[in-house]
Write a protein that binds this ligand. Structure first.
Ligand SMILES: Nc1nc2c(ncn2[C@@H]2O[C@H](COP(=O)(O)OP(=O)(O)OP(=O)(O)O)[C@@H](O)[C@H]2O)c(=O)[nH]1
Length: 851
């Protein structure tokens, strides 16, 4: 091999790579050949390379001779080759039948087995030719040989990257040229077939099972050509089996061949397959009982160019299965313990309208609670008789035979706190503005919280009964926040109401229904329930009680469920009117009992098949949460911003600005808006004058934002929450420095951060004073080590008396670079002589922290 000539050492992994094989395969071969090898980093001596080369040659020639005959027969048999030549692989034909493989050599067999993992399980698999190659090689062979055949396109069977399916034959690096093409010519012919799926397929279809056959074809080719040795087969093709295994065939395959031949005539295309998510082409092929090549060909016909390892989404799989006349049942497997992250795709036909879920927000005293109460009581009287209003965190009202669900806790803090926990409960928000007071700071906050959540907003201009009420002024003021009334050419709905006088409430409800109609809120009621815990508490008589908003599916009494890290079985279920329910569909708030513990507000809720499963998931979630509590920060900070940008996780840098006066806030906003680095822009999601409040922090946490304080400080509670939620707060006094910091963070240029690292302690055992030198401390290093270059602090009775540099560090008379634990040394501190017996000298260094 040419590599051998390389002056540099050739490592196993490099050699494997050059052959398009895995290190493991090479290691297996080396061991087989009794060549000492430890791991993928072991050096391949020249002799080893030649031995391995020889090994491949032997296999090939054995295989070729065995196959020669068969190939022909096979070819004639018209079976489709299952393995298409991989076109991709250059060799084209090399497919490895995973299954089969009969290779002659045990090593090969072993290799095959390894490869097969995950591949075909198909029973059929068979036969194919055995020759599995340890990959790379074969391919090459094939390549050579077959290359002619072009077919390549489809083949790609083997999961190796190289194969891409499409025709690239050439693409895969040939095995280093190692093998001469042999017979290319011939083989190609054969190869083609095999490879060529074209044929293969057609035939294959006929009856075939994918499997083995192809190989045959190919085999021949291959075999004939030298390649024999190592081809690898694709699994997918299963084994067409027709052929006998040629190559090495020792495997059982041989034994089974007859059976295969018989089976070949049976079309084993399944009637129905179950799909649990995206799959690779290879996996899909296996499920469809088709050759990968056949599937790839179909995909090409559908305009999708794919390789065997390419992921197909469910839609494509559905189309593909349709092409083969196979019915598909989609069953998404939930990541059990992270069920809230799983999106279930419902068939649109299963979706039904559900009531909208509405939150009311606004400035203090603008009438949120009064409005909620007014709406509820208006409706209760006209609603279900006999019910006693229950406070269950949300309630439903009905108007024009349509229901609306209101969340009972007004205020954007509660809303955003839920959102920060990942709960998306609300469909739209009502911003209440008192007509006699106008737009106030929390009105703006509420608007920004609603916008950050991407929710439609309806403005309820309240207290219009009051003498000083000026609804138009409210409208005017809100235009500054992009809430422009329809009559002024905007698209925001404004409704004048008086919560106290119960005026305009119906109009407000109708507008909510209108927005709901436009947005078509839907859910599938015919599945297990999922939702969110709105509130929960420990009730003396009933034990843990949770108020839940069912968002998908239908919750039934008796259902086993997980809520946050708790689990249980629904013992009783009550709605907001105090009525006992047997089941509750989407957008219904209910209070349930039957939990083992009290979950948190905002916790996700989901029904599972039985209590045992629910318990195990709750336990897993508890563990995961503990780990993540200890673990890394997922919120964006300026320090890791660049990494997020590089990873493509961030397109906008969300920022909240709080400043001392509105003027400086506006100036800062203007400057930040101009920054754009690598396509990432600053997006100001909220700004205002005043201290940084807890509400700002919660919004930042929910929106993955950083908070900039300009001449302001965070309130105490805000600081605590920011620590808990790991929200990055940056405090500045100069606009320029804000801009510079943000810009540099976006460019990944922030100055390195230094962190102190204590490296050791020494105890002063006695002291000597020498004029000119000062006080020398005779010390014993009690932990770690003391180094000459370290910084030191002198600690007496827990109090730091000095912090500075070491002036000298000696072992006996000599200067020492470092002195380790358990050794004595003499230390003098830089310009500091007040050292006493019993003092502790702590040595530390400043380390750069990776951003
Ligand atoms: N005149 C008049 N007063 C109202 C109206 N709506 C509310 N109020 C009064 O305004 C005051 C505050 O109302 P709340 O409903 O408590 O306001 P809130 O927005 O819930 O206040 P917080 O819970 O403190 O944020 C109460 O005294 C209400 O009676 C109204 O439409 N007209």
């Amino acid at each position: 091999m040419s590599k051998q000539e390389n002056k540099e050492k050739l490592r196993v992994y490099e050699y494997a790579k050059s052959l398009n094989m895995s290190s493991k395969e090479i290691i297996t071969i080396l061991k087989k050949l009794d060549i000492p090898v430890n791991n993928h980093m072991s050096v391949m001596e020249n002799g080893s390379v030649s031995k391995v080369e020889q090994f491949f040659k032997d296999i090939k020639s054995t295989a070729a001779s065995k196959q020669g005959g068969e190939a022909k027969s096979v070819a004639t048999s018209s079976v489709r080759s299952d393995k298409p030549v991989d076109s991709n692989k250059p060799g084209g034909g090399v497919n490895t039948p995973k299954s089969n493989s009969t290779t002659g050599s045990p090593v090969q067999t072993k290799i095959q087995q390894e490869k097969q993992v995950g591949m075909n399980n198909r029973p059929n698999s068979n036969n194919n030719n055995g020759a599995q190659r340890p990959s790379g090689q074969d391919s090459r062979n094939r390549t050579n040989s077959s290359s002619g055949s072009s077919q390549g396109t489809q083949s790609a069977n083997r999961p190796r990257p190289a194969s891409g399916g499409q025709g690239n034959a050439g693409s895969r690096p040939q095995g280093a040229g190692q093998r001469p093409n042999n017979g290319g010519g011939n083989s190609s012919s054969t190869g083609n077939r095999s490879g060529g799926q074209g044929q293969g397929q057609s035939q294959g279809q006929g009856g075939q099972r994918r499997g083995g056959q192809g190989n045959t074809g190919s085999n021949n080719g291959n075999r004939s050509n030298n390649s024999g040795g190592g081809r690898r087969f694709d699994d997918n093709r299963g084994g067409g089996g027709n052929f006998r295994n040629n190559r090495g065939g020792k495997n059982n395959r041989n034994r089974n061949q007859q059976q295969y031949v018989q089976r070949e005539k049976i079309d084993n295309t399944p009637k129905k397959i179950i799909v649990r998510g995206d799959m690779t082409v290879g996996e899909t092929a296996k499920l469809l009982h088709k050759d990968a090549s056949e599937v790839i060909k179909k995909l090409i016909g559908m305009g999708v160019m794919a390789t065997i390892n390419q992921e197909l989404d469910i839609d494509t799989i559905l189309l593909l299965a349709g092409e083969f006349g196979v019915e598909v049942e989609v069953k998404i497997v939930l990541e059990d313990d992270r069920f809230e992250t799983v999106e279930e795709n419902d068939d649109p036909a299963d979706l039904q309208s559900r009531p909208p879920v509405v939150t009311i927000m606004g400035h203090v005293d603008h009438g949120k609670t009064t409005l909620l109460d007014a709406i509820r009581s208006t409706n209760v009287t006209g609603g279900e008789a006999g019910g006693i209003t229950q406070h269950i965190g949300a309630y439903q009202v009905e108007i024009n035979h349509k229901k609306i669900t209101f969340l009972d806790t007004p205020g954007h803090e509660a809303f955003t706190a839920m959102r920060a926990r990942g709960a998306q409960v609300t469909d739209m928000t009502i911003i209440v503005v008192a007509a006699d007071d106008g737009v106030m700071p929390q009105t703006v906050e509420a608007i920004n919280h609603a916008k950050a959540a991407g929710l439609p907003i309806i403005v309820a201009v309240n207290k219009i009964d009051k003498p000083g009420a000026d609804p138009d002024k409210v409208k005017q003021e809100l235009t500054n926040y992009e809430l422009v009334p329809e009559e002024w050419g905007g698209d925001t709905i404004f409704v004048n109401v008086s919560a106290k006088q119960r005026m305009g409430l119906e109009g407000l409800l109708e507008m909510i229904l209108l927005v709901a109609e436009v947005n078509e809120y839907k859910a599938n009621p015919d599945k297990r329930a999922r939702g969110t815990v709105i509130e929960a508490e420990l009730d003396k008589g009933r034990g843990p009680v949770a108020r839940i908003l069912v968002q998908h599916g239908t919750l039934k009494v008796g259902d086993a469920f997980v809520a946050g890290n708790c689990f249980g079985r629904v013992r009783a279920m009550v709605n907001d009117k105090g009525r006992r329910l047997k089941e509750a569909g989407p957008s219904t708030p209910v209070e349930i009992t039957g939990l083992t513990e009290v979950p948190g507000a905002g916790d996700p809720f989901m029904v599972f098949e039985d209590e045992r499963k629910a318990r195990s998931i709750a336990e897993k979630r508890a563990i995961t949460q503990r780990e993540s509590d200890l673990g890394t920060n997922t919120r964006v900070t300026l320090d890791d911003l660049f990494q997020h940008i590089k990873d493509g996780e961030i397109k906008d840098l969300n920022v909240i600005i709080k400043g001392d006066v509105q003027g400086s806030v506006e100036a800062l906003k203007g400057s930040l808006a101009k920054i754009e680095v690598e396509g990432v822009r600053v997006k100001i999601i909220h700004s205002g004058a005043g201290a940084i409040t807890e509400s700002d922090i919660i919004l930042a946490a929910a929106s993955n934002a950083i908070v900039i304080g300009f001449n302001v400080r965070p309130e105490n509670q805000a600081k605590i929450t920011a620590d808990q939620e790991q929200v990055d707060i940056r405090l500045h006094r100069v606009i320029y420095s804000v801009i510079e910091e943000i810009e540099q963070a976006m460019k990944g240029m922030l100055d390195p951060i230094y962190k102190e690292k204590v490296i050791g302690h020494a105890e002063v055992r006695n002291t000597f004073t020498i004029s000119k030198v000062g006080t020398i401390a005779g010390c014993m290093v009690t932990s770690g080590k003391i180094t000459r270059s370290a910084e030191a602090r002198l600690i007496r009775d827990g109090i730091v008396l000095y912090e500075g540099k070491l002036d000298s560090l000696k072992r006996f008379k000599d200067d020492a670079k470092e002195v380790a634990q358990g050794y004595e040394c003499g230390i003098t501190l830089d310009k500091y002589n007040d050292l006493k017996e019993g003092d502790v000298i702590e040595a530390f260094i400043m380390e750069t922290v990776q951003r």
